[in-house]
Ligand binder design. Sequence first.
Ligand code: ATP
Ligand code: MG
Length: 261
Amino acid sequence: MAETVAQRLSSAGAANALELRGVSRMFGALAALSDITMTVRPGERRAVLGSNGAGKTTLFNCITGDFLPTSGTIRLFGEDVTAFPAYERIRRGLRRTYQISLLFGGLTVLDNIYLACRGVSRGRFSLIRPRRNDALMQAAEELLTAVHLTPARDTLVAELSYGQQRQLEIALALAGAPRFILFDEPAAGLSPAERRDLIDILSGLPEHIGYIIIEHDMDVALRVSERVTMMHNGRIFKEGSPEEIEEDPEVQALYLGGAHG
Ligand SMILES: Nc1ncnc2c1ncn2[C@@H]1O[C@H](COP(=O)(O)OP(=O)(O)OP(=O)(O)O)[C@@H](O)[C@H]1O
Ligand SMILES: [Mg+2]
């Protein structure tokens, strides 16, 4: 089974990481997403910006399979995954972080990361073998370093600062060789120093890992992305390089007008 997935991934090497065609999502009469078409290359770093309720998180939910789109198609590394359950997308290297923290507060930082590594590895159902697996432990230690949490290695998650908790969430998303990650407002609630740390962490990710980051803070978004998509009322209304977006009068009007949260 794993071999089939690996073969499929390597044969899809030239494909886009993500390809959405005409994706819409209704909630009753509300169009949370309307006719979204976007393409993200493998390894590309994309920011999605937009006011509250623009549909950014719904976009993530459709990409991950947490929600099915009402219409349209979603391709992941060349494969049509529109109707696939979330775990099938995870198996293909897709990960996400959530807007709201979802961590095991009673465990240490390292235990959380170790469990995430074990969760996406093959022997995850072997509960009768509680002994630690060295390769997984080493992977966990590496992720600890990647998200700047080495000093908090043995700290209980409940005792971490808010910013450290968000760093830990990034480590969890990095477990198990991801190829594409969706970050939902990782900078929300962070101090200026923590924001700088986040920018460093994202910039230091291996080049082959692409991502989409939802971000309200223009400064962070423009620094961690090579392309920016602007959303409003469930639609994409602009896409461009960080420079183009920054200089765009329509974008400036929307942002300086206080429309963002
Ligand atoms: N599960 C749901 N049921 C009903 N309506 C929903 C649901 N999820 C989102 N919506 C609605 O869809 C619209 C888009 O919401 P979404 O959460 O995607 O926005 P967002 O851009 O992530 O906003 P924010 O910046 O506040 O996080 C909103 O009007 C929201 O109320
Ligand atoms: Mg949201």
